[in-house]
Design a protein around this ligand. Structure first.
Ligand code: 5RP
Length: 224
């Protein structure tokens, strides 16, 4: 169970937007965890929703909490998705993928009427890029893909777990790219995604409809 009250209060505030009849996207990570917990409580108390999850981890949590999951074939559009972020700038551009779920998160966010981003205050930045940008790449020839990424002015490192390459839910690798600062997020997003071998990157440009920030002092700020 993640231990951060500022994440929890932001997530709980976001869960208040979920209403009967909605199709809800469940994010991934320690902040989304609290949103899923809160949605689980509401479902237990009679809230009628359908949900889709952005990772195997969140899917398991939803099942444990009795949140009904629907196959994508039965879903035309998602009403609201609640998800965390690793960085949020003043234009609400995001870096996501610290938890490795960026591709499924982006697929679901792009099919959502509203993406509500829930973060603690540490995630709010003037400029993106201190957090190393996760880039999901196919395994084949990833060393070549890494070289092409370096040419964009970053230092990409293969994400490892227990000294072995981390594998996403989609069976791909993650290269965490240290750009120091990302001056032009939209251009950077497009340049990365034009490299063969790249599946997607963790820049979410103009996708957030609301950002809810939880603070250490217990206050929550909603930005529309
Ligand atoms: C997972 C994500 C997460 O939303 C992001 O890493 C933030 O995680 P946390 O809420 O645990 O700080 O993008 O791929």
């Amino acid at each position: 169970m993640p231990n951060s009250n500022s994440k929890r209060i932001a997530a709980e505030k976001a869960a208040a937007y979920i209403q009967d009849g909605m199709t809800v996207g469940l994010g991934t990570g320690s902040t989304a965890y609290w949103a899923i917990q809160e949605i689980g409580k509401k479902v237990h108390n009679g809230l009628q929703i359908k949900a889709v999850a952005t990772s195997v981890q969140s899917e398991k949590l939803a099942i444990d909490l009795g949140i009904p999951l629907s196959p994508f074939s039965e879903i035309a559009e998602i009403d609201v998705t609640i998800d965390g972020a690793d960085e949020v700038d003043g234009m609400w551009n995001l870096i996501k993928g610290g938890g490795g779920a960026l591709l499924r998160e982006k697929i679901i966010a792009s099919s959502s009427k509203e993406l509500i981003v829930v973060v603690d205050e540490s995630k709010v930045v003037d400029r993106l890029g201190k957090f190393h940008l996760p880039v999901e790449v196919v395994k084949f020839g990833y060393e070549l893909t890494r070289r092409k990424l370096s040419a964009l002015g970053c230092e990409p490192k293969l994400r490892l777990v227990d000294q072995k390459p981390y594998m996403t839910d989609n069976g791909n690798y993650i290269l965490d790219c240290d750009f120091k600062q990302i001056a032009m997020p939209s251009e950077c997003h497009d340049a990365i995604n034009s490299i063969p071998g790249v599946v997607d990157n963790g820049l979410f440009i103009g996708m957030a409809a609301k950002v809810i920030v939880g603070y250490k002092d217990g206050s929550v700020k909603e930005c529309y």
